[in-house]
Design a protein around this ligand. Structure first.
Ligand code: SAM
Length: 363
């Protein structure tokens, strides 16, 4: 705790799986039937990268903020906080989630606001946060949009000489454009946004225009959606029926579209890092929106270094399905790729150790 910086590694060492990061393509949370203890989903490599980048940026942020003589109070707001701790089945170790990464920052934030829709996750997070011995943490169960616009934006204001850093890390399309507008208007809050490019892509079918529900959702997410129409060509088929079709949509283009919207509110944004899953499909675009030019420059340099290092990494070991792995709710099972994050070369697949798991629904 005394060394400067924000830890992103686990605290619990090796052992049984604990909490998960809730990615929408990773399967449900898990309960360890043998122990009877609640444990949850594994963390994926790209989520670890996200936490690593967050930790590196927060380290720079708190150091700079602590040098500002006018600053009355610095706050970290985790709008989609999660349960606080995960398990990495690739290396058999616990990993701190974003709230704990922020709690471990040196120099520290003055206060923390942790928000999650799930009361179970907030309860679990409270347990993990208790180990840090801080009294200045506000926990809130509920919708992030509501809480950010009604509480955070009214409390952390420019004139009160308070400043806040909001981590916006939803599963999918939960963040309304109206929320970003309200947060920006405070001029006191910077945002680190993990924008769900895969979620948006899913709302834009290749062979027909988005249905009214998808269009409605996109309208809530973006500043405007005129660009959606321009993606589609209208072509007549052999029977004379006109169909809407679109080309492949590049993740970078989608991210740039959203960042351009954010840039109409915030004076500075970083370049995005596109987070990809194990089969190289783009999932999220992580970027900073700030009122400070230097903050965007620092983020760009952290992201550039990450991109160079990621490109130089050796390919990940090939993961193979283990028979029964999915049905038994193995914490390493990836239901999208039907492969297992627990490589045989590590401490062994849980099935090989005679352990069984059963699924519990994610909340
Ligand atoms: C990707 S996870 C967060 C991971 C966390 N930031 C981390 O890195 O450790 C998304 C979280 O958002 C929560 N969530 C989903 N919809 C929400 C909403 N409308 N408001 C607040 N939290 C929500 C989920 O319960 C889940 O814990």
């Amino acid at each position: 705790m005394s060394t400067p910086g924000c830890r992103t590694k686990g605290v619990g060492g090796k052992g049984s799986p604990v909490a998960g990061d809730g990615w929408n393509n990773g399967g449900g949370e898990h309960h360890n039937c043998m122990a009877g203890a609640a444990v949850s989903r594994p963390i994926r490599p790209w989520s670890r990268d996200k936490l690593d980048l967050l930790g590196k940026y927060l380290q720079a942020y708190t150091r700079i903020m602590h040098r500002q003589p006018w600053l009355k109070r610095s706050s970290f707001i985790d709008a989609f906080a999660g349960a606080g701790q995960y398990f990495d089945p690739e290396v058999d170790e616990y990993v701190d989630g974003s709230p704990l990464v922020a709690l471990d920052c040196e120099p520290p934030f003055d206060e923390f606001w942790f928000i999650d829709l799930s009361s179970a996750r907030i309860a679990e997070l409270q347990n993990h946060a208790d180990t840090r011995g801080r009294s200045d943490i506000h926990f809130h169960t509920g919708d992030a949009n509501r809480f950010l616009t009604r509480d955070v934006a009214l409390t952390i204001t420019y004139d009160s000489y308070r400043r806040g850093f909001v981590f916006v890390d939803p599963y999918g399309l939960q963040v309304d454009w109206a929320t970003i507008e309200v947060l920006t208007a405070t001029k006191a809050l910077d945002l680190f946004i993990n924008f769900p490019v895969m979620g948006v892509n899913r709302l834009l079918p290749r062979d027909e225009a988005p249905d009214p529900t998808s269009s409605g959702r996109l309208k809530l997410l973006f500043k405007d959606t005129e660009w959606v129409e321009s993606l589609y060509l209208h072509v007549a088929d052999l029977f004379g029926d006109v169909r809407a079709m679109r080309d492949r949509l590049d993740a970078q283009r989608l991210a740039d579209r959203y960042i351009a919207d954010v840039r109409s509110l915030f004076p500075y944004t970083s370049r995005p890092v596109i987070m990809r899953n194990s089969v190289n499909a783009p999932l999220y675009a992580l970027f900073l929106a700030s009122h400070n030019a230097n903050a965007a420059k620092i983020t760009d340099s952290i992201f550039d270094k990450y991109t160079r290092e990621a490109a130089a990494r050796p390919p990940r070991p090939r993961r193979t399905p283990t028979p029964g792995c999915f049905e038994n709710g193995c914490p390493g099972a990836d239901t999208t790729t039907r492969s297992c994050y627990r490589t045989q070369s590590l401490s062994g697949h849980p099935q090989n150790r005679g352990l069984t798991f059963s699924h519990a629904r994610a909340v």
